[in-house]
Design a protein around this ligand. Structure first.
Ligand SMILES: NC(=O)c1ccc[n+]([C@@H]2O[C@H](COP(=O)([O-])OP(=O)(O)OC[C@H]3O[C@@H](n4cnc5c(N)ncnc54)[C@H](OP(=O)(O)O)[C@@H]3O)[C@@H](O)[C@H]2O)c1
Length: 278
């Protein structure tokens, strides 16, 4: 399965679909992730807080794909945002994974009330200068948070990873990221098992194209220009979720999916303006 590459603003590239690894831990997790790599995924989304950086790296060694072809992502949690803690956290990721260089390292949440994300960002900039990480970015950052980073450091994030699915499509944030040369990655891209799969609009579009609802949603991401990171345990689902590059949704399909947006469409109501995750 050939997955197109998306250019980042630092001259590197990422695949147009990645693999979500949250809750895939230990030996069963490593085996599921290794299967995902063998099924064609090249971008693996982990985080310090998922407690599975070791399992993801183990899967990278188990799979039949060279290290250089894979992109490993981790994220600093808010509890390690003080400058020295953030640097130590990145080193811990390197020790746990036994990877000299982490391909993409992100700040997990802005936690604006905590007031430390600028400090954590300068640690990421320093880690990049030291060659510990290749690309750096953020998750769940609103435009004001990204602007503060750029004003303080002069360094733009490559990626902003945000909650994005048909119930919560965030068109303004997506457009802002794009206008500022930042690639938007979508977390919970298929709604984390919510009722999207029984939605009649999506079911109708899926029937017309002879595809599953999940494939329609993932294709919708690709056409919007967001990089979805679906998590799937089984072989069949992993393969189905990658198989979205040989059909196209019409303008009418895209407009119909846009009507599913809900003001309160977030899965757990985690608004980055107020939500704090340490
Ligand atoms: N940056 C952040 O703040 C943040 C927050 C949340 C998540 N994330 C990242 O985003 C990734 C994905 O998000 P997510 O895990 O919350 O939700 P998701 O990928 O939207 O949904 C995963 C759920 O959908 C099921 N599924 C997968 N493929 C399917 C298919 N073809 N048909 C039917 N069901 C299917 C999975 O089941 P099975 O696993 O049983 O197959 C699982 O229950 C995470 O793993 C993590 O890497 C980042």
């Amino acid at each position: 399965m050939s997955v197109p590459a998306i250019p980042l603003n630092d001259g590197t590239h990422l695949p147009a679909i990645g693999f979500g690894t949250c809750k895939l831990n230990g030996s069963p997790g490593a085996q599921a992730i290794a299967r995902a790599i063998d099924n064609g995924y090249r971008l693996l989304d982990s985080a310090f807080s998922y407690e599975n950086e070791g399992a993801v790296a183990q899967a990278m060694r188990m799979a039949s794909v060279p290290r250089e072809a894979l992109r490993f992502t981790s994220k600093i949690p808010g509890r390690h945002y003080a400058y020295n803690d953030a640097l130590a956290c990145i080193e811990e990721s390197r020790y746990r994974t036994r990877l000299d260089t982490i391909d993409l390292y992100l700040l997990h949440w802005p936690n604006p009330a905590q007031g430390l994300y600028l400090e954590a960002w300068s640690a990421l900039v320093e880690a990049k200068e030291r060659g510990w990480v290749t690309s750096i970015g953020v998750c769940n950052f609103l435009p004001e948070h990204v602007q503060a980073l750029v004003d303080a450091s002069g360094v733009k994030p490559c990626v902003n990873q945000i909650e994005l699915h048909p119930y919560f499509p965030q068109p303004e944030q997506l457009a802002w990221d794009k206008a500022n040369g930042i690639v938007t990655q979508a977390w919970s891209p298929i709604g984390r098992g919510n009722d999207l799969q029984s939605d009649p609009v999506l079911q109708g579009i899926a029937r017309q194209h002879g595809r599953s609802v999940v494939q329609v949603i993932l294709r919708w991401h690709v056409q919007l220009g967001s990089v979805p990171l679906p998590k799937a345990s089984s072989d069949q689902r992993q393969r189905d979720n990658l198989d979205v590059f040989d059909f196209e949704l019409s303008t009418q399909d895209m407009a119909a999916i846009a009507t599913l947006a809900r003001p309160d469409g977030r899965i757990l109501g985690q608004d980055p303006a107020h939500y704090q995750e340490l």
